[in-house]
Design a protein around this ligand. Structure first.
Ligand code: ZN
Length: 300
């Protein structure tokens, strides 16, 4: 396990009644889920606890890899800088990303909590079980957690619970905001050379909408092209081949190539090393004509 995933919490927070769930893949393994928060907010952690219990099962089935630890602690921390952090078996959240009060909170908040919890749970496989080799390919962690968290975890949870949430529409809306960032001179390729990402400030700058949202958008396009069955088999192959180890993008394309009749490596590898690849659409009465050329927004 990578050292950046180790976390210890020392606090006076209280915890909910632990929930024991059975692994869907390993009959002899159970997982103890405990949520921590301020005493007067414990009831608002109940929804996140249900999401956690359900989405772990969804991911186990999708990846065919059992959640590997006997416990999962989830902590709502007041004044936590990030939305959440996927430490192995001890996930930390800012309160606003975890608390849900059915009498006060909006449906939007309910969906947001589900998305953040599903994103962090996805990291238990993409990021923790298999970790990117170096920070130049942060998108292997964040793009995957975004894609899998929303399109598999949140979507399946909503369907199973009968919630009519616009999961795909929200995903597409977020892609447009990433496209805006990607049209600036300051944008960067999804995969940069390892040598160009060394200082802490450059590493920090890799945690942006390019790595999260553009990465997820490319995975969604690939998923649509190769079909969901191929995506699932390729991801299972990728996780099994690099379990408890490190991987880079070429390992991912190799898993897709193994499971898809048409090679994806060339097309995907070229694109993740470019800034942007916009299409210009011109329409006539019965035709839409698409041309592709590299370009950026003019600087003001
Ligand atoms: Zn993440």
């Amino acid at each position: 396990m990578s050292s950046y995933l180790v976390a210890i919490v020392v606090s006076e927070l209280k915890h909910t009644q632990p929930l024991l769930i059975q692994s869907t893949l390993n009959a002899s393994q159970s997982i103890k889920i405990t949520l921590y928060g301020r005493e007067n907010q414990l009831s608002q952690l109940e929804f996140a606890r249900n999401v956690t219990a359900e989405v772990i099962k969804v991911f186990e089935q999708f990846f065919q890899v059992a959640y590997p630890l006997p416990k999962l602690d989830i902590v709502a921390i007041p004044d936590f800088e990030n939305g959440a952090m996927e430490n192995w078996g001890l996930i930390t959240f800012r309160e606003s990303a975890l608390l849900y009060d059915p009498t006060l909170s909006s449906t939007n908040q309910q969906q947001w909590v589900t998305e953040v919890v599903a994103h962090e749970l996805a990291h238990q496989w993409f990021g923790n079980y298999v970790t990117m080799k170096w920070w130049n390919e942060v998108w292997l962690n964040e793009g995957f957690a975004t894609f899998v968290g929303e399109m598999i975890g949140t979507k399946t949870f909503a369907e199973n619970q009968g919630y009519d949430w616009p999961v795909e529409e929200n995903f597409l809306l977020s892609v447009t905001s990433a496209a805006r960032v990607d049209s600036l001179h300051s944008s960067h390729a999804l995969s940069r050379s390892a040598g160009s990402v060394e200082s802490p400030s450059v590493i920090d700058s890799m945690f942006d909408s390019i790595s999260y949202t553009k990465g997820a958008a490319i995975l969604r396009m690939l998923d649509s092209f190769v079909t969901r069955n191929v995506t699932q088999t390729a991801l299972q192959d990728y996780l099994n081949s690099h379990s408890y180890g490190n991987a880079e993008a070429s390992d991912l394309w190799a898993s897709f190539d193994k499971n898809f009749a048409v090679y994806t490596s060339n097309a995907c590898c070229r694109r993740i090393h470019l800034h942007i690849f916009p299409y210009k659409a011109t329409t006539s009465r019965y035709r839409i004509h698409l041309t592709q050329n590299y370009g950026v927004l003019k600087q003001l």
